[in-house]
Design a protein around this ligand. Structure first.
Ligand code: ATP
Ligand code: ZN
Length: 283
């Protein structure tokens, strides 16, 4: 049995639950319950505040957790990470009032900076040879300059619109974060095996998300070109069409090269290009 701690309600919650479901693990979740048990995998899910998750996993109260690297590193427990999960990507940035002059990080020497991440920020400033006064506050950090609490802030940014709305400008990226799977240091042999099964499924889900299944028709004369563009996993599947001189080609493409490849496929004469999602992909 493994106990997995995830965020009860917040930005990580939905993607964490979706990932567990996509791994084929079924459970009944209700918003008021603190824990639930999976029906088809030896897994218990605990719903906690994200800040508490690294500590609980370190102490073995939970065996696994899903948490942002920002929270994990701030808690001083980066060694618990076993797998990056690719969602909840954000960055921790320094920002100053838009009107203030800012040439380099030296501008923050001796200034007051409000943040919820004193450890990560403290290390970053030290590495850059800057000494500032850090004020640790747990929420609404972005209003600190306008109420006179600080001359700068360090907080999580994803789009930057919150900063803009508070008259702030992002000046330095301090830390980049995404959600990670963490594990306690003393898993039993049986638990280690379950963790490996879980990681195998998570990797299959992520690989599938990055890939698309592509089906197209092409003239036989263009087949060499099409094969070069679509190497697929091993090599593409090619089947003859009823119409002489034409074949149907099936393969896998990576999402990030998809547009680039389809335009080249069209250029060599491919037609009727279909692109389909892949649910799971086992290497
Ligand atoms: P809790 O009540 O559990 O303490 P919280 O308010 O501290 O929640 P959330 O705002 O739900 O935390 O954010 C949880 C995590 O999601 C953050 O620690 C960070 O890793 C990530 N995150 C935060 N903001 C964003 C964003 N704008 N885009 C993507 N990921 C984000
Ligand atoms: Zn939190």
């Amino acid at each position: 049995m493994l106990r997995l701690a995830i965020q009860k309600s917040g930005r990580l919650s939905e993607d964490s639950l979706t990932l567990i479901r996509e791994c084929g693990i079924n459970f009944i979740s209700s918003s008021y319950k603190l824990k639930t048990e999976a029906t088809n995998f030896p897994l218990e899910i605990l719903f906690l505040r994200d800040d508490d998750i690294p500590g609980y996993v370190q102490d073995g109260v939970a065996d696994l957790g899903i948490v942002g690297q920002n929270v994990l590193v701030e808690a001083g427990l980066p060694q618990l990470e076993v797998e990056a999960l690719g969602f909840s990507k954000c960055r921790l940035s320094l920002a100053v009032p838009r009107a203030d002059a800012y040439a380099s990080i030296a501008a923050l020497q001796g200034k007051n900076i409000a943040t919820s991440y004193p450890n990560i920020l403290g290390r970053y400033l030290a590495e850059n040879g800057v000494q500032s006064n850090l004020h640790t506050i747990s929420g609404s950090v972005e209003i600190a300059p306008s109420i006179g609490l600080a001359e700068a802030i360090c907080d999580i940014v994803s789009s930057g619109s919150t900063l803009l709305g508070n008259g702030l400008r992002e000046v330095e990226t301090v830390f980049r974060s995404e959600a990670v799977l963490i594990a306690q240091p003393n898993l039993t042999a049986e638990q280690t095996e379950l963790l490996e099964q879980l990681q195998f499924r998570m990797q299959a889900v992520r690989r599938a998300k990055r890939s698309k299944y592509i089906v197209l028709n092409a003239p036989v004369t263009a087949l060499e070109e099409v094969r070069r563009l679509l190497p697929g996993i091993k090599s593409p599947t090619v089947t003859p069409l009823a119409e002489a001189g034409w074949v149907s080609v099936q393969s896998v493409v990576q999402e990030d090269e998809f547009w680039h490849i389809t335009s080249q496929l069209k250029a060599v004469g491919a037609e009727g290009i279909l692109v389909l999602p892949i649910e799971k992909m086992i290497a």
